[in-house]
Structures are given as structure tokens and as C-alpha cells.
Design a protein around this ligand. Structure first.
Ligand SMILES: Nc1ncnc2c1ncn2[C@@H]1O[C@H](COP(=O)(O)OP(=O)(O)O)[C@@H](O)[C@H]1O
Ligand SMILES: [Mg+2]
Length: 346
């Protein structure tokens, strides 16, 4: 499809990451709200990141309520725009793939290439800002844990390793119904987003039908964000169990409201760590140095979590990835914990 008439109208900028700008936009024909992430493909790193996001999101055949849905990906070169599909034979797409594989620009660098990701619009900001601007709520925490574990089980079933799970990359959809209920209605919907560092593992020769195979797909590029990185990621030899560790860090921090201030942005972020003197050391780094390190969970009040919850967080944060539950088991255990907690509440 080649079109000259713009299909979307940009309304306002809503986010800016390392590689792209995100806008709230409207579909011209229907007025529907969407989010549009624009990535300029002017360096091999940007192209690789954009393609990773595209491959992961476009490889998912079905939708999940807690995973951002890619409606369309548009490749633009100057005034020419075309909808991009997986394995497309278009020369524009091939030039991008070549750029990412070779690590050098494989097209005329004077031409401006952009990738536009059209996805569902999340009107409630990110999970970090959402939680830190509200009083702690056991109900919200329980709902968020269930939504996140369900999203992760879905991604791993689809052979996708996210590799950058953190509250900043988890977005909130409040929707008109939730807003009308002024916060007392159903909990908002979380959407796992930002697949720029993700990897699809089904091409690795492992069986895509075997949900456990994602845990046998070994990766070696150390990537992610320090405070959420598993010990084996620091070493550069890891599997999907690295996502389980990141979720463990997020859940522990959410339940106990543990935060740190990001040195670069000065933003307060939810994330657990260990204190060595006055220094905050990321859990993964500390466990890499000393795999027998005993984590103090809960870190604050004994009553902040049940024994089952404490054990689950401990297991998700095991130094040895094989001792961590896989995503399916994690979800099952959280559902059991949630059922018991709901019993306590009523
Ligand atoms: N679908 C969306 N709806 C609303 N805001 C979004 C959406 N996607 C991203 N954003 C905003 O843009 C920011 C950057 O997006 P992200 O995908 O994380 O890009 P980056 O790879 O640059 O970090 C997010 O933290 C969020 O604030
Ligand atoms: Mg991000």
C-alpha cells in the first residue's frame, strides 16, 4: 500500500525515549485514538531497535489484554509511506534489514527513513508514575501482579523474551469507565510495552509449540536496565528466566514501595536493591558477586506480605535461573495467592 494522504493526525507528544518520540494521534477516518511511536532510522542501532520491536509485536498472532497491540507499522522514506509486513519483499524493508545485519547504513544516508508504530493508546501514563502518585493499595498490587504475570506467560508462550521489563515500560489504560468510577471502580489495565530490546526465539531451532523452549533459548547480549537485570544477564548468558527475575524485582518493589532515584534522570523509580554501606547495588549485580546472598524479604514490615508471597518473590529472585519458576508457574502461584488475599479482604 502506498499512500500520499496522511492516515493519522498527530495530536500531542506524550513520551520521549532514547530512540523515539511517541505521540497521541487520531485515525482521520474514524477519530479513534492511537499512539504513534516514530523512530528515525539514521543509525544501525536505531534500525536494529525498531526492527526488534516490529518483529516481536508482529510475530504475535493473537492479542492479549496486557500486551500492547501493534495495529500497523508504517515505513516512510521522505514522502513515500508504505505499510510494512513481516518478511516483506519491498526494497525499503530489505535495506533496513541489511542495515541491522551489517551494522552499517545500507541506504542513501541523505534520505530520511522513519518507522511509525501505530498501537493502542494508553491514557494513564506508566506504572511507575501511576503507583507513586497514589497511596499503596493491596487490591491494586494484586491486580497488577496478575496482569503482569499473565502478560509474561503469554509472551513466553509466543517465544518472546522482553529483556527490558521495568515499571517505565509498563503502561496504563484507564478507559472512560474507570475514570468515571473515580478510582473506586475496576483497577486499570496494564499493557507491557517497549519491545525495542526483545528477542523472538522461535527461529532458534527450538520447538515453537513447546512453551518451555523459550527457557532453553540462550542469549548473550547483556542488555536491560541495571536495577532489573538478572545476575546471568550481567555475565551475558541467559534465557527467558531473566524476565522472571525482572518481574520479581518489580513485584517486590511494588508490594513494599521500595524506590531509588535514577542517577541520570533524577526520577524516583520503583525497584528493589541491596544496600552495601550507603551504596544501592542492583540485586542482580549483588547476586552475581555472591550467589549465596540472603535477600531480606520483606525488607520492612513483616506483615506486608503473606508467607506464600515472600516465597514466590524469593524464588523469582533466585541467583540460579533454573531455580526460578517459569512464567506459567509464576502466574499459577500468583492466582492462588490472589484468591487467598481476596478471601482476607472480604
Ligand atoms: N502506546 C502508548 N500510549 C501512550 N504512551 C506511550 C505509548 N507507548 C509509549 N508511550 C510513552 O512514550 C514513552 C517512551 O516509549 P517507549 O516505547 O518506552 O520507548 P523507548 O524505547 O524510547 O523507551 C513511554 O514511557 C510512555 O510514556
Ligand atoms: Mg522505554
Amino acid at each position: 500500500m502506498v499512500s500520499s494522504q496522511p492516515k493519522y493526525e498527530l495530536i500531542q507528544e506524550v513520551g520521549r525515549g532514547t530512540y523515539g518520540v511517541v505521540y497521541e494521534a487520531a485515525v482521520r477516518r474514524t477519530g479513534a485514538r492511537v499512539a504513534v511511536k516514530k523512530i528515525r532510522c539514521h543509525s544501525p542501532e536505531n534500525v536494529e531497535l525498531a526492527l526488534r520491536e516490529f518483529w516481536a509485536l508482529s510475530s504475535i498472532q493473537s492479542q492479549h489484554p496486557n500486551v500492547i497491540h501493534l495495529e500497523e507499522c508504517v515505513l516512510q522514506r521522505d514522502t513515500l509511506a508504505q505499510s510494512m509486513s513481516h518478511g516483506s519483499t519491498s526494497s525499503l524493508y530489505r535495506e533496513l534489514v541489511e542495515t541491522s545485519l551489517k551494522g552499517e547504513i545500507a541506504f542513501n544516508p541523505r534520505l530520511a527513513y522513519y518507522l511509525w508504530f501505530v498501537m493502542d493508546f494508553c491514557d494513564g501514563g506508566d506504572m511507575n508514575a501511576y503507583l507513586l502518585s497514589r497511596k499503596p493499595s493491596r487490591r491494586t498490587n494484586t491486580s497488577f501482579m496478575l496482569q503482569l504475570s499473565s502478560a509474561l506467560a503469554f509472551l513466553h508462550r509466543n517465544q518472546i523474551i522482553h529483556r527490558d521489563l521495568k515499571p517505565d515500560n509498563i503502561l496504563i489504560s484507564q478507559g472512560p469507565a474507570a475514570a468515571a468510577a473515580a478510582g473506586r471502580g475496576p483497577e486499570p489495565t496494564l499493557k507491557v510495552a517497549d519491545f525495542g530490546l526483545s528477542r523472538v526465539c522461535s527461529a532458534s531451532g527450538l520447538s515453537p509449540e513447546d512453551p518451555a523452549s523459550v527457557n532453553k533459548c540462550f542469549l548473550s547480549t547483556a542488555c536491560g536496565t541495571d536495577f532489573y537485570m538478572a545476575p546471568e544477564v550481567w555475565e551475558g548468558h541467559y534465557t527467558a528466566k531473566a524476565d522472571i527475575f525482572a518481574l520479581g524485582v518489580i513485584i517486590w518493589a511494588m508490594v513494599e514501595r521500595i524506590t531509588f532515584v535514577d542517577a541520570e534522570t533524577q526520577k524516583e523509580l520503583l525497584g528493589s536493591y541491596v544496600l552495601q554501606g550507603s551504596e544501592m547495588v542492583p540485586l542482580g549485580e549483588a547476586l552475581l558477586e555472591n550467589p549465596r546472598l540472603e535477600l531480606l524479604i520483606p525488607a520492612r514490615r513483616k506483615k506486608s506480605m503473606s508467607a506464600a508471597m515472600r516465597q514466590l518473590i524469593r524464588d523469582a529472585l533466585s541467583a540460579n535461573p533454573q531455580e526460578r519458576p517459569d512464567a506459567v508457574e509464576l502466574e499459577l502461584r500468583l492466582v492462588r495467592i490472589a484468591c487467598r488475599e481476596l478471601d482476607w479482604d472480604t
